[in-house]
Design a protein around this ligand. Structure first.
Ligand SMILES: [Zn+2]
Length: 474
């Protein structure tokens, strides 16, 4: 009888403690969001109360140096591998691989050949090897089979799926019986409108406001689903955008015969593969052809670009100055806004904000590299990083020293329309959980002591056995 009582007592106590304090032991969760083409300074251009809210209660990095070329696929793959494009192999949105004799093209969505992606092991694979689940919502590369793996849950790319539906699915993944600890969420704007309108166009203002509303929607849904305090939300982007002009055009046909080379990738950085025996002629014709065009032989590409040591990088690389467009001839398409330029240009830089238990509050940091995100993600998720080009030391000041326990706080409502009442209800529920759990433990303890006092004392041997038993279960 005594033995049974003790077993029940210890089991219930252990269970209660484990439920009550499970928040401390929970694994960290991350929701990484990319708003494609969201330039770092868009948040200063129009009121963005939801971005402000993240900054006030989380961290903000003012200058994020992304990787060259400053285009979508190379940068998104860097964010999830921590590698420069010359190491992860997605060196452009459009590529030609002479070894495979295959092309890769974002424009035609010809991106599903696994071999293009397999120079690196992206974070979702490492996360899954460590025994966790990943959810990927249209993040570039996540619907490609890489090293025989897909993310645990993912949705194939389909631009017609609304932001709200993408958020709903991500939240569902966080709440599954076997939940995810890492979600990757991608949204196409403001990149698309930035290309069409040009970033200097006042019509971009409502586009930026719309992204802020979308962020507000995401925050509210996380609060409603009681995930706001436990999920580390990271908001970033792949690149910025700069204004282009019909006056700033470089026409290649004016300098070289189009039959003498293959033109790969799009403005403003274009890869040139000369036909057999044409290299010297092409290089000589393009070099110094235009004051706003820089021409590199592959071996002369500056080290700071980290863009030399991969066989998909072509023998000649041509790069336009900021705001200039390289086209074949006047029949080619032209965009009012573009990116891809030198990653030293601030217009090419994305934003970086984060909020959650792993991050400090109201901290602003001057700079980081986009390669630093990967070791940061691995550190928070407590998974071993693969070799990378980033530095955890460069960003660890963003992290809270001890992952804080969720404590209800009574900060004032920020200047926005985020419904904080949901947040307060959630915090209150947690506080009540801790309180009730503690009461149950104390009551059990009192009943147990009373029981011991009133029952016949067992022998020393029996007592030791009974005390030892629960320890064996724990
Ligand atoms: Zn992009």
């Amino acid at each position: 009888m005594d033995s049974k009582f003790c077993r029940v007592f210890f089991t219930l106590s252990a269970l209660t403690f484990s439920i009550t304090f499970s928040h401390q032991q929970d694994e960290q969760k991350i929701l990484l969001v990319s708003f494609d083409g969201f330039r770092w300074d868009y948040i200063y251009r129009v009121p963005t109360p939801h971005f402000d809210y993240i900054m006030e209660y989380g961290v903000h990095v003012k200058k994020v140096t992304n990787v060259f070329v400053t285009t979508t696929y190379p940068n998104h793959y860097t964010l999830v591998t921590g590698l420069y494009p010359e190491s992860h192999g997605i060196i452009a949105n459009d590529m030609y691989d002479s070894t495979l004799n295959e092309t890769f093209s974002l424009e035609d969505m010809k991106i599903y050949d696994s071999e293009f992606w397999e120079d690196a092991i992206p974070i979702w694979i490492t996360n899954q090897i460590a025994g966790h689940n990943t959810g990927a919502m249209m993040w570039p590369g996540t619907d490609v089979k890489i090293h025989e793996e897909f993310p645990t849950y993912y949705m194939p790319y389909n631009e017609s799926v609304s932001f709200e539906d993408r958020v709903a699915k991500v939240i569902e993944w966080f709440k599954l019986k076997k939940p995810i600890n890492l979600a990757l969420l991608y949204w196409e704007d403001p990149d698309e409108m930035g290309h069409n309108l040009g970033p200097d166009n006042p019509l971009m203002d409502p586009v930026i406001s719309d992204i802020d509303s979308k962020l507000g929607y995401l925050i509210k849904e996380l609060m409603k689903e009681k995930l706001w305090n436990t999920v580390n939300l990271i908001i970033t982007s792949d690149h910025g955008m700069t204004q282009c002009s019909g006056e700033k055009i470089i026409e290649l046909d004016q300098y070289v015969n189009p039959n003498d080379y293959f033109l790969i990738d799009h403005s403003p950085v274009r890869a040139i593969l000369p036909k057999k025996g044409k290299f010297d002629m092409i290089y000589a014709a393009l070099n110094n052809a235009h004051p706003n065009l820089t021409v590199y032989k592959k071996e002369d590409i500056p080290e700071r670009f980290h863009y030399k040591h991969h066989h998909r990088i072509q023998p000649i690389l041509i790069m336009a100055d900021k705001g200039w467009t390289i086209i074949q001839n006047r029949s080619s398409t032209f965009m009012l806004g573009n990116h891809g330029y030198d990653n030293e240009f601030s217009d090419m830089h994305p934003l970086f904000l984060a909020h959650g238990p792993a991050f400090k509050k109201n901290i602003s940091k001057d700079s980081m590299n986009s390669t630093d995100l990967y070791p940061l993600l691995c550190h928070i998720l407590d998974i071993p990083p693969m070799p990378h080009n980033g530095s955890l030391a460069n960003v660890e000041e963003l992290l809270s020293e001890i992952v804080p326990i969720e404590i209800p706080h009574s900060r004032t409502t920020p200047q926005n329309d985020v419904n904080l009442s949901i947040y307060k209800v959630q915090s209150y529920a947690y506080f009540m959980g801790v309180f009730l759990g503690s009461v149950i433990v104390i009551v059990f303890l009192l009943v147990f002591l009373k029981h011991l006092t009133h029952s016949q004392m067992p022998t020393i041997q029996e007592r030791n056995a009974e005390i030892a038993q629960p320890l064996l279960w724990s």
